[in-house]
Design a binder for this molecule. Structure first.
Ligand SMILES: [Zn+2]
Length: 346
């Protein structure tokens, strides 16, 4: 079968459209004939860290995907051949103390599709049966493939970690990225005020169309100072920072006393300068967050389904042009999700 596979650690030349063997299913697994799959920053991380992840090459990339069930293992009861499904990309052991407590994304053997097992960027991929969910009515294949990872990440950060409340104001850094855009969509669907930053005015305009209440170009403006102006010197209740790097101290400086910062990524660098005095004196909380547990996935899916919140699709490429899609993500050109269409996508 055709796949987008990573042939070794390195740059874009290691992303290749090639023939690989069609995977076999275990008794509790499902084989899915892919219709659409979506890119995440994780895919670049995997390519850059292939050696330390100890993955065999060629390695099929990809965390997100949707398609039709083509085959089920002998012990599968959850779905049938022909079902239209999307997947929860998180993988867990099911037996460790964290899994038993219902916190699957804290699992001691937690992994993600395309990171710890072959991924979705292929004509066929396999997943454990508990990872499979029906595609919500009215969702295209591209939409079904695009939202699970980023909306799950956004859901855990906002609902479980920051525990957002009516009337609060949220600052979202680096709008245009998949997670940041999902956070904005959820915040607006829930009905709170959202401020966003970017260095790109076009992305800021697109964020306004999604309902951002104020936009800040961090290249030309000091965003912490702007936030003070926008909030009558108070500061925002919550900052969602998936950027890190030089922005981090300013994120802390944007918070109200007792405010909360949630981080799920560090695309600008994982070891930023911080400000401990501000953290203890203003009694700030800093939450780390990764993906989500099974309950959060179900809650998020239900919210998306009943509220009709659909992911923003940046661009759709055929599977064969996977390397071009990787390049677009790496250059940070996208607003929303980059999707690969598999087969005729019908
Ligand atoms: Zn576990």
């Amino acid at each position: 079968m055709k796949a987008i596979a990573i042939t070794g650690q390195g740059g874009l030349d290691k992303v290749q459209y090639m023939d690989v063997e069609r995977p076999q299913i275990a008794p509790r697994e499902v084989l899915i004939e892919a219709r659409a799959v979506a890119l995440n920053h994780l895919d670049i991380f995997v390519r850059n860290n292939l050696d330390s992840l100890k993955l065999a090459t060629p390695h099929v990339a990809g965390a997100d995907g949707a398609g039709v069930v083509a085959e089920v293992g002998a012990e599968v009861s959850r779905v049938q051949v022909g079902d239209r499904v999307l997947i929860n990309p998180g993988l867990h052991c099911g037996v460790c103390e964290f899994c038993q407590a219902g916190e699957q994304s804290l699992c001691v053997r937690f992994g993600i599709m395309g990171e710890t097992r072959p991924g979705t960027f292929a004509e066929y991929f396999t997943v454990p049966q508990e990872n499979v969910h029906p595609v919500p009515e009215g969702f295209s294949w591209e939409e079904a493939a695009a939202f699970p990872l980023v909306f799950l990440t956004a859901w855990r950060m906002l609902i479980s970690k920051a525990a957002i409340k009516p009337g609060e104001e949220i600052l979202i850094l680096g709008i245009g990225g998949g997670v940041a855009t999902a956070v904005l969509q959820l915040v607006k669907a829930i009905g709170l005020r959202a401020f966003v930053t970017s260095s790109n005015d076009e992305k800021l305009q697109q964020a306004q169309k999604l309902g951002a209440d104020a936009v800040i170009n961090y290249k030309t403006q000091d965003f912490a100072r702007e936030i003070r102006t926008l909030t009558n010197r108070r500061g925002v209740d919550v900052v969602v920072d998936s950027v890190g790097g030089d922005s981090y101290a300013k994120s802390l400086a944007s918070l109200v006393k007792g405010g909360r910062l949630v981080t799920c990524g560090a695309t600008a660098g994982p070891r930023p300068q911080t400000d401990l005095a501000r953290i203890f004196w203003n009694q700030l909380s800093v939450f780390g967050s990764t993906m989500g547990n099974l309950r959060e996935f179900a809650e998020m899916l239900n919210f998306v389904r009943t509220r009709g919140v659909k992911p923003v699709i940046d661009q759709v490429f055929p599977l064969a042009e996977g390397a071009t899609a990787f390049a677009r993500m790496e250059e940070g050109k996208q607003f929303g999700k980059i999707v690969l269409k598999v087969g005729n996508g019908a």
